[in-house]
Write a protein that binds this ligand. Structure first.
Ligand code: TEU
Ligand code: CA
Length: 602
């Protein structure tokens, strides 16, 4: 007989709602146009009122900011732009007062090229830290003295370039899969691993509740460093994606189990591993299985990579059926195989969900955002909400100058477009469109707090580090928190996006047996526009059954598959109470982008 499943065993980190902060763009308090730790602390009450339990901030450590802090120069200090260690102590203490926790971003696949470890490593071939990074001689040197990289792997954040960076000091290359400013650590070296455990202890001892772990599935490389197969047009791409040779590599699980033994097993943590590029359930369960002894959960990228062909800065058509398939597959997999999901559709590396999965026009933006909120608050797993998602911030418009985009990936991508397509205006326009749809910058615009100058992100007269969206006078947190349309007691009152999220998070907690821990069954896999599912609590004594029906289209849709008998409609994205057009007999008619939640008779 199979062992009893732990899926529905209550754990604080399963029920927690995590809010991801992009610190440079959250709240500036000292007038430099750059968000800071004190700014996060000043907004804890806001987060608490939304229903957040855990705050995770993208990196705030000392960094030259080549990749917005994902290039760390000192893991045990805070970048002066963000504040001080004392500010973080205060943040953790203030969060604790509100019964909230703080999670750190652990970026240990690579360091900054300005980290002391790397400066030592590059200084000579015999330096004691030489082997902390991955150094190789050139594959060849041309008669004119031009070195050739050890293999053909492309950089991830500048795919036109090599993943290897040549260093004149010792005439060798170092591996830098993201950018030259982010040299990869050599995890084969036990000293490196011990140094990482030390960093983790440092933050846990300071009161951090756990970690989001940046590209943690890239720490083990295939150490023969073979050439990657040619999948991108070699005429325009000398270098090719080498992902398969450093994603879920041969020693990943050894390292994660060692991490668990040395660090995580000693604390009650929340951990989530960022794991792009892996979709095999058996492999994923090795990390997130209840008895795996590795991490609590990971970010699976199938959904946010739905429109990703070989490289991220490209477009691929997708449809609602595909989206539903991905969600249902992972909901089922964790229940059947005793693992644990994270639920997310936004982060700082992706465009805004309302623009990507719904219709972000002025007419439909708030409906689309509420549809996505209803979906996420009723799916199983630990829920992650991204800064600004709770007010339905959308992508920057096409008419923004490319100079407004600050992200190194976008900047490199646009440079490449301008070089290759200098005489091809059509291709150039296509590149510009890809930026409007896919750039990471869309998630990084300053938070829209209120309708005062600079949207309350920074004081009047300050120039924010990145341009604010133009719609902040109408799309902002204050307006949505105060929002009232019609009579508050009226079922037809429409909630703002923020209010809808707040209510959804509260409902999720109230009915956690259903929405966090319950069973999941998709009802409409073949429907082209409607996504419908049933969540059932495992509770043997009077289990509850709830149905969710979501219209992912801009047209009215009738859905006939509501199973069993409806007790009542609990929520809809158009009205506070009963959806207007809900009918008897298993049918419901949904308006464009409308979603409804109903309780079924047991
Ligand atoms: O991202 C890793 C990653 O692979 C992506 O989501 C990446 O942004 C995308 O593939 C680019 O095409 C993490 C961080 O979240 C990201 O911000 C960093 O730039 C990256 O690692 C390097 O630390
Ligand atoms: Ca500041």
């Amino acid at each position: 007989m199979a062992a009893k499943s732990s899926f529905s065993d209550p754990q604080w980190w399963k029920e927690a709602v995590v809010y991801q902060i992009y610190p440079a763009s959250f709240q500036d308090t000292n007038g430099d146009g750059w968000g800071d730790v004190k700014g996060i602390t000043s907004r804890l009450d806001y987060l608490k009122s939304l229903g957040v339990d855990v705050v995770w901030s993208s990196p705030i450590f000392k960094s030259p900011q080549a990749d917005m802090g994902y290039d760390i120069a000192d893991y045990k200090d805070i970048d002066p732009a963000y504040g001080t260690l004392a500010d973080v102590d205060e943040l953790i203490a203030e969060a604790a007062k509100r019964d909230m926790k703080v999670m750190m971003d652990l970026v240990v696949n690579h360091t900054s090229n300005m980290h002391a470890w790397f400066l030592e490593s590059r200084s000579s071939k015999t330096d004691p830290k030489r082997d902390w990074y991955i150094w190789k001689p050139p594959k060849s040197v041309s008669p004119t003295g031009e070195p050739e990289p050890p293999n053909n792997w492309a950089q991830i954040l500048g795919e036109a370039n090599s993943a290897w960076t040549y260093d004149e000091t010792t005439k060798e290359y170092y591996l830098s899969v993201f950018t030259p400013e982010q040299p990869d650590l050599n995890w084969e070296n036990p000293e490196v691993r011990a140094a990482v455990w030390d960093v983790m202890h440092f933050w846990l001892d300071r009161g951090a509740a756990g970690f989001r772990m940046d590209v943690i599935n890239m720490i083990s490389k295939v150490t023969s460093y073979p050439d990657a197969p040619v999948v991108l047009d070699p005429a325009s791409h000398k270098y090719q994606p080498g992902t398969q040779f450093f994603t879920n590599g041969p020693k990943l699980h050894d390292y994660l189990q060692e991490m668990h033994r040395e660090v995580l097993s000693k604390h009650d943590t929340i951990t989530v591993g960022e794991m792009p590029g892996v979709s095999d359930p058996a492999e994923i369960l090795r990390t997130v299985g209840a008895h795996a002894g590795e991490l609590r959960m990971i970010f699976i990228f199938d959904l946010v990579d739905i429109d990703k062909p070989n490289v991220r800065m490209a477009l691929k058509p997708w449809d609602v059926k595909e989206m539903k398939g991905i969600i249902s597959r992972w909901q089922r997999a964790m229940i059947e195989r005793d693992g644990w999901n994270s639920v997310f559709i936004e982060n700082h590396d992706n465009p805004r969900s309302v623009s990507r999965y719904t219709d972000d026009s002025d007419t439909w933006r708030d409906k689309g955002a509420k549809l996505l909120a209803l979906m996420q608050t009723t799916l199983g797993g630990t829920l992650f909400v991204y800064q600004g998602e709770e007010i339905g911030i959308r992508n920057a418009p096409l008419d923004w100058d490319t100079a407004e985009y600050k992200d190194i990936e976008t900047v490199n991508y646009w440079k490449k477009c301008e070089a290759i397509y200098a005489h091809n205006p059509e291709k150039l326009a296509e590149g510009r469109k890809i930026i409007q749809m896919k750039a990471r910058d869309h998630a990084r615009t300053p938070m829209q707090w209120d309708s005062t100058p600079n949207a309350g992100f920074a004081a009047e007269g300050v120039k924010p580090w990145m341009r604010l969206m133009d719609d902040w006078p109408t799309v902002n947190a204050a307006a949505q928190m105060q929002h009232r349309s019609g009579n508050a007691a009226d079922d037809d009152e429409e909630l703002s996006v923020w209010q809808f999220w707040q209510r959804g998070l509260a409902d999720r907690k109230e009915h956690k047996d259903v929405f966090v821990y319950g069973d999941y069954e998709e009802l409409s896999p073949q429907d082209e526009n409607v996504f419908a599912y049933v969540r059932t609590s495992h509770n043997s004594t009077g289990g509850e059954k709830w149905v969710v029906v979501l219209n992912f289209s801009g047209q009215e849709q009738s859905y006939h598959g509501v199973p069993g008998e409806l007790e009542f409609w609990a929520a809809g994205t158009y009205t506070k109470g009963r959806p207007e057009k809900a009918t008897k007999g298993g049918s419901v008619t949904l308006r464009p982008w409308e979603g409804v939640l109903g309780k079924l008779k047991a």
